[in-house]
Design a protein around this ligand. Structure first.
Ligand SMILES: [Zn+2]
Ligand SMILES: [Zn+2]
Length: 192
């Protein structure tokens, strides 16, 4: 699979992943990416509705006639129209992506799983080496995040492409580390 990682130039340093062969972009940065690099686009897939991931939607959908997918639980405050994403399988040209609803960092967070390369576009749900998405934001829930990480651990994941940072291999190992982080935070909470 041909994946072009585009990094937003703002302080967020959020990632957008452009899949040119499939005419797909996963997240759009905060609005500070050279969007002219995206030459053909049919589908804009959003992992969640935070501003550092949806900032390019207006510019991209102005230039390209494309369908925007977002989970409706994150759709309350967005100003663009979108097709609600739920637990479903999306077929984008030759690409098959399973949409996994993984609330926690936000109520409408989703991950996109590509089964043949065992690749997970994780948004802000999970990062590497035990780092998990923030759960101190309005609408976030550490209990939901724990359930979502346990759900992800049922999948065979080799690569993780998160909303911030570099791609990671040994995906299932990173998910186990994230589960341990949440477990120890819960135990800390019991002690204090
Ligand atoms: Zn976020
Ligand atoms: Zn983010």
């Amino acid at each position: 699979m041909h994946i072009v990682q585009l990094k937003d130039r703002s302080a967020y340093r959020s990632n957008a992943y452009y899949l040119p062969d499939d005419r797909v972009i996963i997240d759009t940065g905060a609005g500070h990416i050279d969007y002219s690099r995206i030459t053909a686009l049919n589908s804009i897939l959003l992992t969640h509705g935070h501003p550092d991931h949806i900032g390019g939607v207006a510019a991209l959908s102005h230039t390209h006639n494309s369908t925007v997918y977002l989970h409706a639980a994150d759709g309350e405050h967005v100003t663009f129209s979108y097709t609600p994403a739920w637990e479903q399988t999306l077929h984008c040209n030759g690409l098959t992506l399973h949409v996994l609803h993984t609330p926690g960092h936000s109520p409408g967070s989703v991950c996109f799983y590509e089964p043949s390369d065992k690749l997970l576009f994780a948004g802000d749900t999970v990062f590497g080496y035990g780092i998990v998405g923030r759960c101190d934001l309005p609408g976030s829930s550490i209990q939901q995040l724990r359930t979502s990480l346990q759900k992800l651990s049922q999948y065979d994941i080799h690569w993780i492409y998160s909303g911030h940072g570099r791609p990671l291999d040994n995906g299932n190992w990173h998910i186990q580390q994230a589960i341990q982080t949440i477990q120890s935070e819960a135990e800390d909470g019991l002690r204090t």
